[in-house]
Write a protein that binds this ligand. Structure first.
Ligand code: DOR
Ligand code: ZN
Length: 344
């Protein structure tokens, strides 16, 4: 039987929600990953260091004792985030950075940034104090086609932010286009990107051909095949600017399978296996460890994990549903087969 041992991976973009579901969602990640960047788009959003530390405590209470897991908290950037809060974030080792959601771009983003161009003082303070800026890179203007929203964000805002604040560390989250991959490749070394499993394994045909598939719907939305191919090349390129961030984003089944379904793929139940599937299909399994377990830590200036996990080549089926907080959730890739599985 083929097997592959790699350093324990980290997930640099993760939603674990809160309340009743938290206790069942956190272990899906902590069973494999050592660290995860926790997204702050709760209701209300996690805008302060003190709120993030309280949320962190609730997450830690959900980690099974046999798992070793460290949540790295992202704070929710608003139009009124103060320089004092940025300083407090810089001083706290549990806080990894600020997440910029353009207001209205995605789930629970209403309190996000309404005027990116007015955020220069915050970006300056973040650059000065070494606080990374994590970005949901999509414009929200209704006249911009949803498939163009990432590229327009890059051209309208991101080029400018990176040029104006050369000391600022920027992570363009869950990139979906060739334009984003090219932008990150050509930018200076403090600009990186996370890539989700769904954007590597699928394109928009997998969302729309033969019927709408709500469990493949996330934001930024899947793009055409040529964009998928550009992301695939970025992921296997060996460039340390591209690393693992699942954007696992659970929504209860009835909120996905409805007339106006929520955005988000719940990939945590099979996260590293989905990436292994992709690297294996690309005949690039030798590139998995750097992408999953090294480049993200190095990008953030954190130590690389010392323990390992072992993947075994043994086909298995992702379950049709999993339960969290007593309710059904349909995982990404539900009912489909994966070739690799973590050995417990
Ligand atoms: O598909 C998404 N779901 N994209 C996001 O940016 C947010 C996430 C969520 O929180 O559900
Ligand atoms: Zn996300």
């Amino acid at each position: 039987m083929q097997q592959l041992t790699i350093l324990r991976p980290d997930d640099w973009h993760l939603h674990v929600r809160d309340g009743a579901v938290l206790a069942d969602i956190v272990p899906e990640t902590s069973k494999v990953f050592h660290r995860a960047v926790i997204m702050p788009n709760l209701v209300p959003p996690v805008t302060t260091v003190s709120a993030a530390l309280e949320y962190r405590q609730r997450i830690m209470a959900a980690v099974p004792p046999q798992h070793s897991f460290q949540p790295l908290m992202a704070l929710y950037l608003t139009q009124t985030t103060s320089v004092d809060e940025i300083r407090a974030a810089a001083a706290n080792p549990h806080v990894i950075g600020f997440k910029l959601y353009p207001a209205g771009a995605t789930t629970n983003s209403a309190a996000g940034v309404t005027a990116v161009n007015d955020m220069a003082p915050a970006f300056e303070a973040m650059a000065e104090h070494g606080v990374p800026l994590l970005i949901h890179g999509e414009v929200t203007e209704s006249e911009i086609d949803i498939f163009d929203r990432e590229k327009v964000f890059i051209d309208r805002y991101l080029r400018h932010i990176v040029a104006q604040h050369p000391q600022l560390t920027v992570i363009l989250e869950h990139i979906t286009t060739a334009d984003a991959a090219q932008f990150v490749n050509e930018a200076h070394a403090r600009v990186g990107a996370t890539i989700t499993p769904q954007h590597l394994l699928m394109n928009r045909n997998d969302l729309l051909v033969g019927g709408i598939r709500p469990h493949n719907f996330c934001l930024p939305v899947l793009k055409r095949r040529t964009h998928q191919e550009a992301l695939q090349q970025a992921a296997i390129s060996g460039s340390p600017k591209f690393f693992l961030g699942t954007d696992s984003a659970p929504h209860v089944q009835h909120k996905k399978e409805t007339a106006c379904g929520c955005a988000g793929c719940y990939s945590a139940p099979a996260a590293i296996e989905l990436y292994a599937e992709f690297f294996s299909r690309m005949d690039a399994l030798d590139k998995l460890e750097n992408f999953a377990s090294r480049f993200g830590a190095e990008f953030y200036g954190l130590p690389v994990n010392e323990t390992t996990i072992t993947l075994v080549q043994t086909p298995w089926q992702v379950p049709a549903t999993v339960t969290a907080g007593g309710e059904p959730f349909v995982p990404y890739w539900a009912g489909e087969t994966l070739q690799w599985r973590v050995r417990n």
